[in-house]
Design a protein around this ligand. Structure first.
Ligand SMILES: Cc1cc2nc3c(=O)[nH]c(=O)nc-3n(C[C@H](O)[C@H](O)[C@H](O)COP(=O)(O)OP(=O)(O)OC[C@H]3O[C@@H](n4cnc5c(N)ncnc54)[C@H](O)[C@@H]3O)c2cc1C
Length: 445
């Protein structure tokens, strides 16, 4: 059985690695870039700063993933306790906002608690993400944080997003707990699966997949883009002009682009693909010499006049993310949509202005900036739109009929199982299914 894999990101690499574990070596991975890792790649600049494509943190409940992570890094990684904060009304509020209202002005606390109680009393069934926020958080928390913040992250109308992906991703406040924390004057900062996270000691997140790719070196063709797929004849056309046949094709490229590459498919396949929505993110890194960095992991910024939605204190993740002692770095993410594009210089300039405005960089430190990094991610978050399930339920069976499995963050287009560990598990499980016929658990059809 000849298996071709599109993409050497976490999903494609994991598929290949698992195939080898299962003793199946008749496969090739095609990667359009000269490096592996996809969105999990890292880059080191001439000044000696390491940059990720957005603030990646690693946390997982899957033993298979944890074993891959630890063995790929030969045990060389840090484990951090998350220290996440929200910048709000010129102060820092511990994350999650809804659990730490005591840091807010009294009138804001009163409105948040009153509205939370009223919302929970109503007990409505939300039909979209915006309604979910209103029903679960109440108008106060929604208006002060949840709506403006999520509008920034998704750069997409929240009322056009579904509410069925949320479980592990958003903390649903419990009225009793919120009031209890207020009365006891305590913070609760440990909510969620990433409250403890891991990070490679050297080389950024990309080091994990750089090392996995090294184990698969003979199996990866870099700088080779898959440009066309003949679903009927079961072959792909590559950017070097060659054609390769397959029995099974695993796609990890964005599903909407993939449907456009498919020759011999009904026109409706491309039309369904076009209904999938995603945002884009500009990642801007700013490296400084001198000056102390406080101990935060990252800060969230719901404000409209701050460009980024999140700033990661990246030098806190590993001292080797910076050239040496006394240096520090921030990694900032700004989401945008097709309707509001902006250019590279604008991204760097507005990010630096935002860091100055929010006090993350003091005015006198501006001249200490010794490096900037800028990376445009055209496919950043796969958006759980209202019709996403309907669209996927049409595309996937048709592809499977032709021996094609589409997996991974944008291959599967499911944000809720689109983290690094989910992607690795999707890769592993599709290899298991192809070779042994086992059922997938992370991806569902
Ligand atoms: C801003 C941001 C922050 C994130 N933060 C976290 C985090 O904190 N923790 C976490 O666990 N996850 C995080 N993620 C998610 C993580 O990056 C993804 O889960 C992971 O990279 C998905 O792996 P993948 O292989 O499915 O896709 P990708 O990483 O997108 O890899 C796909 C690969 O396919 C290649 N490719 C595409 N088209 C073709 C083609 N036609 N021919 C050949 N090759 C092709 C691409 O070049 C790429 O290398 C974050 C993602 C983003 C964007």
């Amino acid at each position: 059985m000849r298996i071709l894999i599109i993409g050497a990101g976490p999903t494609g690499l994991s598929t290949g690695r698992r195939l080898l574990e299962l003793g199946h070596d008749d496969f090739t991975i095609y990667e359009q870039h000269s490096y592996a890792g996809g969105l999990c790649a890292s880059f080191r600049d001439e000044q000696g700063f390491t940059w990720d494509l957005g603030g990646h943190v690693i946390f997982s409940q899957y033993p298979y993933f944890n074993q891959l992570f630890e063995s790929a890094l030969h045990g060389q990684f840090y484990e951090h306790t998350r220290k996440a904060w929200i910048y709000f009304m010129d102060r820092w509020v511990p994350y999650p906002f809804q659990n730490n209202l005591r840091h807010l002005p009294r009138e804001v606390i009163a409105k948040c608690v009153r509205d939370l109680r009223a919302a929970h009393r109503k007990n409505t069934s939300p039909e979209n993400f915006k309604e979910w926020i209103m029903a679960n958080m109440g108008e106060g928390i929604a208006q002060y944080f949840m709506l403006p913040y999520n509008e920034k992250v998704w750069a997409y109308p929240l009322e056009d997003m579904s509410a069925d992906w949320i479980t592990e991703r958003v903390s649903r406040p419990d009225v009793k707990e919120v009031v209890g924390l207020l009365i006891s004057d305590k913070d609760r900062m440990d909510w969620g699966p990433n409250s403890i996270f891991k990070f490679p000691a050297e080389g950024g997140t990309g080091q994990i997949f750089h090392n996995v790719a090294a184990q698969l070196a003979q199996k990866i063709q870099f700088d080779t883009r898959v440009e066309e797929v003949d679903l009927i004849g079961k072959s792909v056309k590559l950017s070097n002009g060659a054609r390769q046949g397959y029995d099974v094709l695993v796609n990890t490229s964005p599903l909407d682009l993939f449907t456009r590459m498919c020759a011999g498919a009904p026109a409706s396949l491309t039309e369904w693909g076009e209904q999938l929505a995603h945002n884009r993110v500009w990642v801007v890194g700013v490296g400084l010499k001198k000056g102390a960095l406080d101990e935060k992991s990252w800060g969230y910024f719901p404000q409209k006049d701050v460009p980024f939605f999140r700033a990661t204190y990246f030098s806190n993740y590993s001292p080797r993310n910076v050239p040496g002692p006394g240096y520090r770095s921030f990694l900032c993410e700004t989401a945008y949509s097709e309707d509001s594009p902006f250019g590279k210089n604008q991204a760097v300039d507005t990010t630096i202005a935002g860091l100055l405005d929010t006090g993350l960089i003091a005015p006198e430190e501006r001249s200490n900036i010794v490096s900037t990094f800028s990376f445009d991610i055209p496919y950043a978050y796969p958006i759980p739109t209202l019709n996403r399930e309907k669209v996927l339920a049409r595309i996937n069976p048709l592809l499977e009929e032709h021996g094609v499995f589409s997996r991974g963050r944008f291959g599967a287009w499911r944000y809720e199982v689109g983290n690094t560990d989910h992607s690795v598990m999707q890769g592993k499980e599709i290899a298991d299914r192809i070779v042994n016929g086992t059922t997938e658990t992370v991806w569902h059809g």
